[in-house]
Ligand binder design. Structure first.
Ligand code: NAD
Ligand code: UDP
Length: 337
């Protein structure tokens, strides 16, 4: 198949591109590089042993997108492009709403014009209302606490409305839980700018000595050891989930929200201890106050993904910790800026 990948230079996008190429699909990538490096695209091409068209363009740029669609005849689109930093979205909400909503609307408009009506959309577990009973399944109540989350919530609604208006469309809304890890080659991985907000990059950089210690945000949660519990999923499992979602979208119409998680929750200290054990490194930490907005535990019901997509996560926490460290230790400065 021929697949357009927006945001394909990013963390999840680059791993999914690699998996698509490994399975023999043709791909075209559009990415503005607002949060990625061209080097990631180069490395995906090296790992797959194949070139593919790459356009440095903003998905909101309708003319640029028209050019891309005029050249390629796509069976399906995966739309990863988006800004994703929760904290930043609180400070600059308009930038987040503009980027995430307008990229989705522009993309759909151009797809429609070219008769391409199969779309896989990157949504997030953050659309679930804080405090809903766990595991969260796709019918759990929705509601967000920050502009980033609302952009995902609103894009989901826009896409649902699009499918109601034109039932030829097939849209899969993939709600990711906490992607971590990297391709086992150690050549591609997560490369956050500045000080990482997310747990795993911070843990890996602390093991490298780039930070004195990890701040564990709270140890008085209602969890087995008091620290926050999340559903961490290997990014290569997520990539496999996208391949399964494409197969599904090619054979069904309508709009489905589907969780991509493991169904297993690990605490912050579970992660620290596994990381130290698997990699033979030290991750010094201190207990710090809770981070505002955090909840005790978030983990997925993976049943719908198993039922509809025939997909489930296969990689273990040890795999995730090993591959995160492999990437970080081989690329201490990420892709280098
Ligand atoms: P990422 O920032 O690494 O990748 C996103 C890519 O989109 C980047 O390469 C960026 O340059 C590009 N981009 C952003 N806006 C663009 C635009 N208007 N036009 C063209 N390119 C643009 O993030 P990621 O972790 O790979 O996430 C991919 C998607 O999954 C995002 O939509 C994100 O919100 C969503 N998601 C991520 C997580 C996570 O924890 N990583 C969790 C849930 C959902
Ligand atoms: N966390 C932490 N220290 C950090 C970063 C994160 O203790 O430096 C905790 C955080 O409180 C949460 C878990 O790790 O319980 C996962 O946080 P992350 O930001 O990676 O994901 P999210 O909270 O968005 O699910």
């Amino acid at each position: 198949m021929n697949i357009l990948v927006t945001g394909g230079a990013g963390y999840i996008g680059s791993h999914t591109c690699l998996e698509l190429l490994r399975r023999g699909h043709d791909i075209t990538v559009v990415d503005s590089l607002v949060n990625a490096q061209r080097e990631a695209v180069k490395r995906v091409q090296q790992l797959a042993g194949r070139e593919f068209p790459f356009y440095q363009a903003d998905v909101r740029d309708e003319e640029a997108l028209e050019t891309v669609f005029a050249v390629g005849r796509f069976d399906c689109v995966i739309h990863f492009a988006g800004l994703k930093a929760v904290g930043e979205s609180v400070g600059i909400p308009l930038r987040y709403y503009d980027n995430n909503l307008n990229s989705t609307i522009t993309l759909c408009r151009v797809m429609q014009r070219h008769g391409v009506k199969r779309l896989i959309f990157s949504s997030s577990a953050t659309v679930y209302k804080p405090g809903v009973p766990m595991p969260a399944d796709e019918s759990s109540e929705l509601g967000c606490t920050n502009p980033y989350g609302w952009t995902k919530f609103m894009c989901e609604q826009i896409l649902r409305d699009l499918v109601v208006a034109d039932p030829d469309w097939s849209v899969v809304l993939l709600r990711y839980f906490n992607p971590i890890g990297a391709d086992p080659s150690g050549r591609i991985g997560e490369d956050p700018t500045g000080i990482p907000n997310n747990l795993l990059p911070f843990v890996a950089q602390t093991a490298l000595g780039r930070h004195k210690e990890l701040h564990v945000f709270g140890n008085d949660y209602q969890t087995h050891d008091g620290t926050g519990v999340r559903d961490y999923i290997h990014v290569s499992d997520l990539a496999d989930g996208h391949v399964a979602a494409i197969d599904y979208a090619m054979n069904h119409t309508g709009c489905e929200a589907i969780n991509l998680g493991t169904g297993i929750g690990y605490s912050v200290l579970d992660i620290v201890h596994a990381f130290e054990r698997v990699n033979g490194v030290k991750v010094p930490y201190v207990i710090s106050p809770r981070r505002p907005g955090d909840v005790d535990a978030v983990f997925a019901s993976p049943d719908k993904a198993r039922r509809l997509l025939g997909w489930e996560a296969r990689r273990s926490l040890d795999d995730m910790c090993r591959d995160s460290w492999h990437w970080q230790s081989m690329n201490p400065q990420g892709y280098g800026r």
